[in-house]
Design a protein around this ligand. Structure first.
Ligand code: GLU
Length: 424
């Protein structure tokens, strides 16, 4: 059976969980955590399984199952996306909710971590059925979410339109306007400016800080970006607009390279016309594999997981790897990069810009005061750079990989909040 992109994306998160959990096991023993601390980290605070009926277009009723897991909320209301996927399981949602708690703690925003979703293939539903599934799920969990309890957002196969249905259903139940109950909304209905490209921009702020520390000159570096979906395309576009030389990009059909730099605006137009970046005039076609090992200073994997592995890590020539994708680097490749002194900026930090701007959206909703794009960008920059420097400091002290220090920092912050509350 052919594996669709749909299935790949979900499988990717499984790899993310595997990688994070194996990293965490090492961290737990290094931090010398007590039994109480381990127990506390080991269990989600609340897990909900809900079954709800939906009237399908045929007129028949069908039962659906949904989950919501609030892994930890010691640092603030739980925060995390909602995904619609046919293979969703409670275990997987639980792991992802833990990773959200860690991500929020790394960038030090006052949220815990959660995740949720419905077991459904959204592609098999009509627009009306999709809306009814969304509303049915929200009715089922309405008493357990809220601006000061748990705040959903988009995730795999959910989008702005679905966030509006979530908002509307919740507001109908409560009988009042509650914009801050969900983030990732359209700008016209309580969303934040810059949210749509915030993951890419947040990663670039962190990258620039790393370059500063390494004395790398903006006009001398060359950059390769793997993946031209929302995150990869926005990253390439923003870098190009800032004056960087982006020499290679790729999508699922293949990649292109031009050592003198690509006109990313023109590549985007080419992709719009032809459906791929491949065959762009004035560039040479390359494979995705060739892109990863091409002669460049900065490599940005922004596609699928496990792209950088024991087979190709030795051949990577970049000085910095910025993980905009989830888990693009395997454990073996991570070790090889550390030996080769390649700076790897891990996903938990590099792609946290999305949830950071979700936090800003929540603030704007609560204050009913909407920020200019510049202000959102400025605060994103400050948050990301602060987090980078904190992770980096820990890294220098312990001379370890950044992934490890990011998780260490997150675990310490969560446990500290628990201790202050008297739970430890
Ligand atoms: N689903 C996104 C993530 O995993 C965004 C979560 C949010 O904005 O709350 O980071």
């Amino acid at each position: 059976m052919e594996v669709t992109n749909h299935e790949r994306i979900h499988a990717d998160d499984r790899n993310l969980c595997k990688l994070a959990i194996s990293e965490l096991e090492g961290i737990y023993s290094e931090l010398g955590l007590s039994m109480e601390e381990l127990d506390l980290l080991d269990m989600p605070r609340r897990s909900f399984i809900v079954h709800f009926p939906v009237r399908m277009d045929t007129g028949k009723i069908k039962m659906f199952v949904g989950f919501r897991v609030q892994y930890n909320d010691a640092r603030g209301p739980a925060k995390g996306g909602i995904r619609f996927h046919p293979d969703l399981t409670l275990d997987h949602v639980r792991d992802l909710s833990f990773l959200m708690a860690l991500k929020c703690a790394v960038v030090n925003i006052p949220f815990g971590g959660s995740k949720g979703g419905v077991v459904v293939n959204p592609k098999g539903l009509s627009r009306n059925e999709l809306e009814q599934v969304t509303r049915g799920y929200i009715r089922a969990i309405a008493n357990h979410i809220g601006p000061f309890i748990d705040i959903p957002a988009p995730d795999v196969y959910t989008d702005e339109k679905i966030m509006v249905w979530i908002l509307d259903e919740y507001e109908r139940i409560k009988g009042e306007h509650v914009f801050a109950v969900v983030t990732g909304k359209p700008v016209e209905l309580g969303g934040s400016k810059a949210r749509s490209y915030s993951t890419s921009l947040g990663g670039i702020y962190v990258l620039e800080e790393a370059m500063k520390r390494m004395d790398m000159d903006k006009f001398e570096v060359s950059i390769a970006v793997q993946g031209f979906g929302n995150v990869g395309e926005n990253a390439a576009r923003i870098l190009y607009e800032k004056g960087y030389k982006v020499i290679a990009v790729s999508d699922s059909k293949g990649g292109i390279i031009n050592k003198d730099g690509l006109d990313i605006q023109a590549v985007m137009e080419h992709k719009g016309r032809t459906g791929s970046v491949v065959d762009f005039e004035g560039s040479t076609n390359i494979t995705n594999e060739e892109l990863l090992t091409c002669e460049c200073d900065i490599l940005i994997p922004a596609a699928l997981s496990d792209q950088l592995n024991k087979d190709n890590a030795q051949n990577v020539r970049a000085k910095i790897v910025l993980e905009l994708a989830n888990a693009p680097t395997t454990k073996e490749a991570d070790d090889i990069f550390f030996d080769k002194k390649i700076i790897l900026i891990p996903d938990a930090l590099a792609n946290a810009g999305g949830v950071v701007v979700s936090y800003f959206e929540w603030i704007q909703n609560l204050n009913n005061d909407y920020w200019e794009e510049d202000k959102v960008r400025e605060r994103l920059k400050k948050t990301m750079i602060t987090a980078f420097n904190e992770v980096r400091l820990l890294c220098d002290e312990k001379s370890c990989r950044m992934r490890k220090s990011a998780y260490q920092l997150a675990i310490k912050r969560i446990l500290h909040a628990e201790r202050l509350r008297g739970n430890l």
